[in-house]
Design a protein. Sequence first.
Length: 194
Amino acid sequence: MKQDGEVDALVRQRIRGLRVARGWSLDELAARSFLSPSTLSRIETGHRRIALDQLTPIARALGTTLDQLVESGTDDDVVIRPHRDEERGVTTWLLTRHGAPAGMTVAKLRVTRPAPAELRVHPGRDWFTVLSGTVVLRLGERTILVRTGEAAEFSTMVPHAFGAHGGPAEILCILDHEGERSHLGPQRPPAGTG
């Protein structure tokens, strides 16, 4: 756990960084957050303590949340390692960390198995783009080849399955909670582990 001074410094750095990234002067942020430019300057430089009643309008003006401004800056392991599931013929790189916004999961999959015979359904929608190779998508009665650079999006209430066609394929997919359970399996690998 970071000490209060370290968190304070991190919050100040984030405020200034977000302001500068938007190309805003202190005056512009002041107008948007209803604080004076001198107050903001002292907050950014550490010459004034940050009060909650100041942090809330600053976060709102910068298009972020209090949680994002004060969250820990310790991403101890930023490397995402693959999780291999030989039985299912899928290697997964889980690109979202636990607690990602909106309950969505982003994952890169390397698929070596053919499309399973059993078609499955679950609530929601699936979206994927093929990074390399070709994916065969079985969607209801249709069989669709999705090639490198192409994407597919469909209702997951339509019976479906996908697999590699003519060799391994890599896809980037966005899954809701039900899609995560169905496509990544019950043994979701923890972020940053292999």
